[in-house]
Structure formats: C-alpha cells, structure tokens
Design a protein around this ligand. Structure first.
Ligand SMILES: [Zn+2]
Length: 240
C-alpha cells in the first residue's frame, strides 16, 4: 500500500471511532433519561434549555367521590335509580377530556382528597348536583372572603358560559352556607381561585344531567376557559 493511502485509511478509522464513541454516549444518555436516572434529567442539562411554560393547572373535584353517593333518586320501593356522585363523575371526566384536548393540565380529585391541603393551582372547580326534586336550575358560589378577587371573575365566567352551554337558568334561592363555607375553600391555598358548582337538580334537570352530560361538561369547560383566558390577558398586560 502506498503511504498516502495508508494515511487516509488511518484518518478515516479515527473519524469512524470518534463518531462511534459519540453515538454510544448519546444512546447511553437517552437511555438514562428514559429510565429517569437523576443525573440524566438533572438541572445541568435542563438549565441549558429555556424553561417551557407550564400549561394551566386545573383541579376538578368529582363531588362526593370516595366518600358517599350525594343526592339520590329512588323509586317507591326504595331502589336507587340515580346518584349524584355518578352524575358528577361523568361530567368531571368529560370536562377534563375537553380541557386536556385544549392543552390544559387537569386533575380530578375526590371530595376529601388529601391533595387539597394547600393546593396551588390556576383554578379549582368542585362539581355537584342538587337533590332529586322537580326544580330546575344551576347555582355557583365562591368562598365568602374571596381574597384575590379572582373568585369573583371565575364566578362571572361560569355564570355566563355555563348558562349559555346548558340553557339552564340560575337558581339563586337555594345557595346555602354549605356552598360558601365549602370545606375545600378552607383547605386550598388562598391564591387558588375556587368555585363550587351545583350543575342542576337530579329531579327537574335529570335528562340534561344524564343524556345531555356532554353539554353540561362543555359548559363547565367553557366557564373555566373563559376565566383562564381573562387571567392570561391580565398578566400579559405590561404594568406601567
Ligand atoms: Zn353534592
């Protein structure tokens, strides 16, 4: 072999070796990241990349879940035909799906979920339905003190959008102390906007709450989206 060709061959071999080592290192790093090894996902790597903004975090409480049935409808023999907890769970699931499709980070909590203590989220909405009587209408309430004013904006959005999506009228005469003094309001962080929504009556609004639960879930999602959009506008406005 001529010396020049041998030289070229040697150089090619070195390049190939170096490329192989780089490739092996890269595969190792990716595998370590996939396995969630701390050194691979640590700040040293993340710090080099610009932080991605977190999607808005939404907590839906599936009313009475993990605790009791809530209101019930039963026949004359005492057989339970419909429970509030089932209605709430179905709407919570569907509303979460709609919001997740829109890029939101949604968690569904039980009624007395441990994670409520000191919860910091962009919004928390607890979903309930009213008793099995022949009334119709929804109602919503926030905590009595409303420290940041955000609760009021959330309530205004929900009132507008929920009524629009469901066609239900507001039923203000049955807002109870249970609603404004709702246990979750005392547990979540004061900075987390919170609302309890009674989506309708298991009696008078039964068809909407069961067969039309998609529409109900859309109303819940619309109310939350309206509030988050307004909050985003607030924070993007530069302060003088
Ligand atoms: Zn309830």
């Amino acid at each position: 072999m001529k010396p020049m060709r041998r030289d070229l061959l040697g150089r090619l071999q070195r390049i190939f070796l170096l490329a192989s080592i780089c490739l092996l290192l890269l595969i190792g790093l990716l595998a370590a990241q996939a396995a969630d090894l701390p050194w691979a996902s640590g700040a040293s790597l993340r710090g080099l990349l610009p932080a991605k903004p977190l999607p808005p975090s939404i907590v839906l409480i599936s009313g009475h879940a993990g605790n009791d049935t809530g209101a019930i409808c039963s026949d004359s023999a005492g057989n339970i035909l419909l429970t509030e907890a089932d209605v709430n769970a179905s709407v919570a699931r569907q509303a979460a799906d709609i919001l997740r499709l829109a890029g939101k980070d949604v968690m569904i909590f039980d009624e007395f979920d441990d994670r409520l203590d000191g919860l910091v989220a962009d919004v928390m909405v607890s979903l309930h339905a009213d008793s099995c009587v022949e009334y119709s209408g929804y109602k919503a309430a926030h905590r009595a003190d409303n420290p940041t004013g955000a609760d009021g904006r959330l309530l205004a959005c929900m009132n507008e959008r929920y009524a629009q999506a469901t066609g239900l009228a507001y039923h203000p005469n049955t807002i109870t102390h249970d609603m404004t003094d709702y246990h979750a309001f005392r547990r979540i962080d004061p900075s987390t906007p919170g609302l309890i929504l009674e989506m309708g009556f298991l009696g008078g609004d039964q068809t909407l709450l069961t067969d039309g639960s998609e529409q109900v879930a859309q109303g819940v999602a619309d109310g939350i989206e309206c509030f988050l959009a307004a909050s985003a506008d607030d924070t993007s406005t530069p302060t003088p």
